[in-house]
Write a protein that binds this ligand. Sequence first.
Ligand SMILES: Cc1cc2nc3c(=O)[nH]c(=O)nc-3n(C[C@H](O)[C@H](O)[C@H](O)COP(=O)(O)OP(=O)(O)OC[C@H]3O[C@@H](n4cnc5c(N)ncnc54)[C@H](O)[C@@H]3O)c2cc1C
Length: 375
Amino acid sequence: MNLPIGELFDVAVIGGGIQGAGVAREAVAAGYRTLLIERDEWAAATSRWSSKLIHGGLRYLESGQIDLVYHSLKERQRLLREQPTLVKPVKFFIPIYRHTRRRAWQIRAGLSLYALLTGLHPQARFRSIARAHWDELGGLRTDALQHVFQYWDGQTDDAALTRAVVDLAKKNGAYCLQHSELVAAHLQDDHQFSLDIKTADVNWQCRARNIVNSTGPWVNELLKRCTPTPEQRPISWVKGSHILVPTMNLPGIFYLEAPRDGRAVFVMPWQGKTLIGTTEVEIDTPQAAPTNDEIKYLLETALAYFPTMKTKILDSFAGVRVLPVSADSPFSRARESVLTKYSENGAALISIYGGKLTTYRHSALQVLKLLRTDK
Ligand SMILES: Cc1cc2nc3c(=O)[nH]c(=O)nc-3n(C[C@H](O)[C@H](O)[C@H](O)COP(=O)(O)OP(=O)(O)OC[C@H]3O[C@@H](n4cnc5c(N)ncnc54)[C@H](O)[C@@H]3O)c2cc1C
C-alpha cells in the first residue's frame, strides 16, 4: 500500500461520510493539498442510513428554518442537474384526512412558500390530485380523505452519492484512504499538526496545516484525540430508524402524519421494496439498532394509511444524527450544520456538527471560508 508517510498536507479531512467527501472535493478543487481518511469504508455510518432524500425539507418550514430550506432547495437543483443518474426527481404525496392535524390550507401555504423558495423550475410545481385518481395511489385509504397534494423533491442512493463525491475528490488529486483511522493529532511547535494514523495494521504519521473533523456522531470523540484538546460543543445523538417491507407499487413518496404523535413519516419506493422511516429517539451512544417499539411505530403508521400492505419486515436499519443540545424536541431542533474552529498561529481544526446530506456542498464551502479567515 502506498501511504503518504511523512508528507505535509494543507488540509487533512477526517471521516469519509458525505460531509468529509464534500470538504475533500472542494478543498482539492480550491488548490489545497488534501488528505481524506475514513476508518471504515466510505459512507460507513450516517451517510448510509439516511432517508435518502435530496430535499428542501418541507417540514422545516414549520420550525421557521427558512434559510436551511432555501439552501437545501438550491443544492437539490444543483444535484439534480450535476448527478442525474444518482439524484432523481420524485413525486411526493401528502394526503389530508378529516382528522389530520395539519390542515389543507396550511399545506397549501407551505407548498406555495416551498415553490417560491425553489424559483422558476419544473420541480417548483405542486397540485391537488383529483378525487377520480385517488385509486391510483398504491392502496391509500380513501375513507375520510379530503385532499391529496402532490409536489416534487429528490431521492438518491446516499452511499453511492458519497462514493461519487470521493471519486471526484480523487480525480482532482486528493489523497483518499479507507480503513485509516486518526488515532491522535498533536499541534507541534512548527504550527503543523502531526497525525498518527492506523491503516489496517500499519501505524504511520504525516503532517497537516489544518484538520477538518467530519466524523459525524464521533465529532467530540475525535476532538478528545487532539492536543491541545479544543472545547467540545454539547450535543445529543438522535437515532432515526427505517424498515424495509415488500413493494407496494407506490407512484411516489408518501409524506404521512404518524397517528401516535403527529410526526412526519415517509413511505417510499426504494430499490424494488418499500422504505418506511423514520423515528426520532435520543440515545446515549453514537451507534444503535432499531428497537421493536420503533419497528412497531413505523408499521402502525404505514398501516394506518395503507391497510392492505404486506407487513413482512425484510430489513431494518438506524442512523444517528448530531443535534445541538436544547430544550426543544429533536423533531423541531435546527438541522443546519454548525461549524466550530480552534486555531493557533495559523493552524486550524474545524469541526462539523450535524447538517444534511442535501447541503453537504454548502457546508463544505462554509468550511473553506472558515479556513481562509484568521479567527
Ligand atoms: C435517520 C436519518 C435520516 C436522514 N435523512 C436525511 C435525508 O433524507 N436527507 C438529508 O439531506 N439528510 C438526511 N439526514 C442527515 C444526513 O444523513 C447526515 O447529515 C449526513 O449523512 C452526515 O454525514 P457525516 O459525513 O457528517 O457523518 P457520517 O456519515 O456518520 O460520517 C462520519 C464518518 O467518520 C468516520 N470516523 C469516525 N471517527 C473516525 C476516525 N477517528 N478516523 C477516521 N474516520 C473516522 C466514521 O466511520 C464515519 O464513516 C438523515 C440523518 C439521519 C440520522
